[in-house]
Structure formats: structure tokens, C-alpha cells
Design a protein around this ligand. Sequence first.
Ligand SMILES: Cc1ncc(COP(=O)(O)O)c(C=O)c1O
Length: 381
Amino acid sequence: MIYLDNAATSYPKPEVVYEAIMNQMREAGANPGRSGHKMAIEAGRQIFAARENVAKLFNIDNPMQVVFTGNATESLNLAIKGVLRPGDHVITTSMEHNSILRPIKTLEKLGIENTIIQCDFAGRVEVDAVRGAIKDNTRLIVMTHASNVTGTLMPLEEVGKVAKEHSILFLVDAAQTAGIFEIDVEKLNIDLLALPGHKGLMGPQGVGILYIREGVEVMHFKEGGTGSRSEELIQPDIIPDRYESGTPNSPGIAGLAKGIEFILEAGLNNIRSHEEALTQYFIDELKKIEGVKIYGPHNAKEQAAVVSININEEDSSEIAYILDKVFNIAVRPGLHCAPYAHKTIGTFEQGTVRFSIGYFNKKEELQQVVAAIKEICSQLH
Ligand SMILES: Cc1ncc(COP(=O)(O)O)c(C=O)c1O
């Protein structure tokens, strides 16, 4: 199979990730932070090492500000619902995933206003539009680093500056860029960073991360056992314990730690260069095929390694089905949990066929994909 669905989850994972998961379960399979015996201490040590790896990759001062969750969706919900209060206002964009839009829409019912800034046809947002949307009660700006539909990169540095100037919290959804692009929470003025462990960070499914800048008050939404201050009936305010009640996904976190080590060794620049070169090659080849419509910036420098297309007026699910069944190529059709993004680029009815490239993809695979698309187009004419 040619796997081009890395925006949903990366596959395959580095060999060291598979090994780390098995080793954790075999050799440190006790419950971390609980019992105090040797194996429990080793399990806790491995989780702390994972926090340190996350901190290193994103230039986070204090690893204890790294909270493990189940996925990026949980991280975004924790941040959005934990920060906003009735009477507040939040700004976001029309290119966001439902993991941002749905919590924001739910909060409307509690008297939390929102502004969804309209992006252009290629998914770009104007920084001035963000600035212009700020009101006295704006408490949060939340946006993705790159669209999961078109790959379009957002102007994080500029928006981060605007947020800082106005003392507004800045939450970034790095689901499509973490482990591929340099993200420095200090340089970009990021207060809250939501990450999936299972995409570019190369870990297994079932792990997410939320970085919370020291001093930012985020209300927890679950209470329970943390292994700390058990004598108290109220949730401890120690971070990360406050947000991590219940037994963690220790095997998943051990896998994520190795995924990040793999990335640090390979080098973010090398990973990005490889994906950028393949993306540009793919876009250039697609442009030559009659009947193919490409969405987004059409320029690998302005987008993550995500390319959405349509073939004439064909249903995107039909094309993805043919790619899978006839050519053994895995892609994702439809709306990609981002309906406003599809409204923005004019594909709400048709959806798009999304090809998402990962570090393990090779040029020869994309050559085969281009040949497959040519053949589908010629059959349809
Ligand atoms: C931009 C974006 N945000 C959030 C998510 C949600 O990530 P998860 O599946 O880890 O909850 C995704 C996943 O596709 C995404 O692409």
C-alpha cells in the first residue's frame, strides 16, 4: 500500500517506537506515580522523560507544564473550555477543524461570543482581520498552524505578536505541523499549544499533549486519582497532576518519547525539506493533468505536506475508493472534520481527495500516484 493519509495519523512509525511500547509494557508495566515500588517508579520516570522530550522540541522551559491527554481534540477542549468564561469573546478562523469549532459553538450557549474570520480561497488569513476582530472582552485567539484540508500555513508569528500586544491568550493547534516544523513557544508567544502525539510526532494513537504557559489559569474538566495529595477531597492544583487524573497511557507515552527522539535525531529541517520537496513535486505533476483541480496555495513553501484535489465534478469519495481498491493508495476524501474550511474553498458539496505526505514517503510512490490519477482521468473522459 502507498500510505498518503498522514494527516489523519502517521504510518508507519519508526521501529524504535514499536519497540518502546512493547518494552514499556514488559519491563515498566506498573501504574506510574502510584505505588512507590521500583517498577512504578520506573514507569513514572519514563513519563517524565517523555515530558522532557516534548519540552525540548518546543522550547518549553518547564517540562511540568506539559500535560498528557488522549489526543489533540481533548487538548483543544481542555484549553478552550478551561480558559473561556461567560462574557468572554474568542477569535478563530474559517479553516479550523471541528475540534476547535464545536467547543466554541457549544460555549455560545453559555454566553461566550466568537468571531470566525473568513479566510481566502487558498485558506489564508489576514493578520489585519485578526487585529480588527479584537474587542474589549477578547480573551483568546485560537488557530491552527496549518489547515488539515489545504495545508495552508497560518501567520503564527504575526498573530502571536498581536495577541501579546493586547494581552490576549494565544492557543495554537499544531496537529498538522508538530514534529515537522520548528515551533518555539517563546518565539511565537504561544500560551497554549495543542498537539496530537500520533501524527508528525510519530507516537501511537491515544496520546495528545497540551502545553500550558506557567501562570495561565485553565480549569480542569475531570477530577479523580492523581497519586498525589490523596488525603484531600479537592483536585490538587499541582501541574500536570491537576489535568491528568486517572491511569495514563504509559505505553503510548513511552512510544511518543521515542518518536520525538527519532525526530530530534533526523532533524526537523531534514524532515520538513523532504516533505516540502515531495509536496512541490506532487503539485507540479498534478498541474499537468487535465481535469485535476488543486486547492490551497499551490506552493509547498506556503503549506504543510497536505494536497487536496478534485477530478472534474466527480465525487471525492468515489475517487478515493478507486485509488484504494484499484491502485492500493490510501487517502482521505470528504470534509476532513473541517466543514467551514470546505465552505471557504468552495468544496462543501463535493469534498476533496486529500493526499497527506509523511517523512517515510518516497518520490517513487508519488510517481505511482500521479500515474494512477492520470489513468483515472483518462478513463473518465
Ligand atoms: C488541524 C487538526 N486539529 C485537530 C485534530 C484532531 O486531532 P486528534 O485526532 O488527535 O484529536 C486534527 C486531526 O485530524 C487536525 O487535523
